[in-house]
Design a protein around this ligand. Structure first.
Ligand code: TRP
Length: 339
């Protein structure tokens, strides 16, 4: 069975963990830019901050996870998620996520979770088996609850999340078969075909990541951005302007491609040894700062009080859908007890 939501009512659910206090432009390209586009196409967006998921690796820093959640929500709004059109909420504020997670945990075969590649990676990071939290294995079960609670039409994520989405539809399908009702229509995996934006490199051409200290943050000032781009990695064999560049391997050229409206001639000049790295950097700084200026202004205007209001409204909107789904779930399972 398909999903009977009409186009303008099609719900989309996505989220990010609040493991870091600030989102970088790689997070923006990999997710937020896409969410804003979907919002503007008229989809009903549910943008969640996954604080519980952050705890799977940061339970010792729970306070940090909570403070980060507020900052991440600010970045959502700064990036263009409009609280009047979309629902912005924190996972732990909608308790139904916990209830659905618990029910799914009863019917999810362990093998599905043990096979999950992201679990195996994290397990290796942690190393000592005794220190590995129970919640880590169940990560995709909680993510499935996050998703299916909203019975969404689609879920936009990066390719790395594909295994979790598959577990999600597998659990939904299993529930439907077990209890003989189509409570959870299959949702679509909205994984970008063109991954060049989503794979925006860091200042040193490695993956953009806080742990590598190679990020430009959405909330960086224009001066910070300029300083970072000035010291960014460029083609090492290009010592002077007349040396040929390799724009595919140069962080500054990669940013130009995304943020400079007319990047092609710049790339060709770089390749031909007709322009220097300093010139590239100057134009890159301008292009990046121009692109993010409105977002940074929106973010600066947003204080804690304002974002808490947005989150209170989001919590109500999310809860309304979640409560309805839980009623369907309990009815299907025969656990309604006349309520
Ligand atoms: N696991 C996702 C990530 O690491 C975050 C997440 C939690 C999520 N719940 C979700 C993404 C539900 C999409 C849908 O990025």
């Amino acid at each position: 069975m398909g999903n009977d939501q009409s186009t303008t009512e099609r719900r989309i659910l996505s989220g990010m963990r609040s493991s870091n206090p600030r989102l970088h432009i790689g997070n923006y390209e990999g997710a937020l830019r896409n969410w804003v586009e979907l919002q503007n196409q008229g989809f009903k967006m549910f943008c969640m901050v996954a604080d519980w998921h952050a705890l799977t690796t940061m339970y010792e820093q729970a306070g940090e996870v909570g403070r980060n959640a507020i900052e991440v929500a600010k970045d959502y709004v700064a990036a263009g998620i409009d609280p009047a059109k979309s629902t912005i909420f924190i996972q732990s504020q909608v308790k139904e996520h916990a209830e659905l997670h618990l029910l799914f945990s009863m019917m999810t075969p362990l093998g599905w979770l043990e096979r999950n590649p992201t679990y195996k990676e994290k397990q290796q990071d942690i190393g000592v088996a005794e220190r590995e939290p129970y919640g880590l294995l169940g990560y995709p079960v909680l993510q499935t609850a996050d998703i299916l609670l909203y019975r969404p039409w689609g879920v936009p994520v990066g390719r790395d999340q594909a295994p979790h989405l598959e577990i999600g539809n597998d659990i939904g399908g299993r529930f439907n078969r077990l209890y003989g009702q189509d409570v959870f229509p299959a949702f679509k995996y909205m994984i970008p075909e063109d991954e060049s934006r989503a794979k925006l490199p860091g200042l040193d051409m490695r993956k953009m990541s806080k742990s590598y200290d190679n990020c430009i943050y959405l909330s960086d000032s224009e001066d910070e951005t300029a300083k970072k781009i000035k010291s960014a990695y460029t083609t090492p064999s290009k010592q002077r302007k007349t040396d040929p560049g390799i724009p595919e391997g140069c962080a500054v050229c990669q940013y130009l491609k995304i943020y400079h409206p007319n990047w092609q001639p710049l790339w060709e000049e770089d390749r031909a040894g007709e322009r220097g790295c300093m010139q590239n950097k100057t134009e890159c700084i301008e292009a990046v700062n121009e692109y993010f200026r409105p977002m940074r202004e929106r973010r600066a205007a947003l204080d804690d009080g304002a974002i808490l209001e947005v989150l209170a409204k989001g919590r109500e909107e999310a809860t309304a859908v979640a409560v309805e789904t839980m009623r369907l779930v309990r009815d299907a399972m025969g656990l309604s007890y006349g309520l």
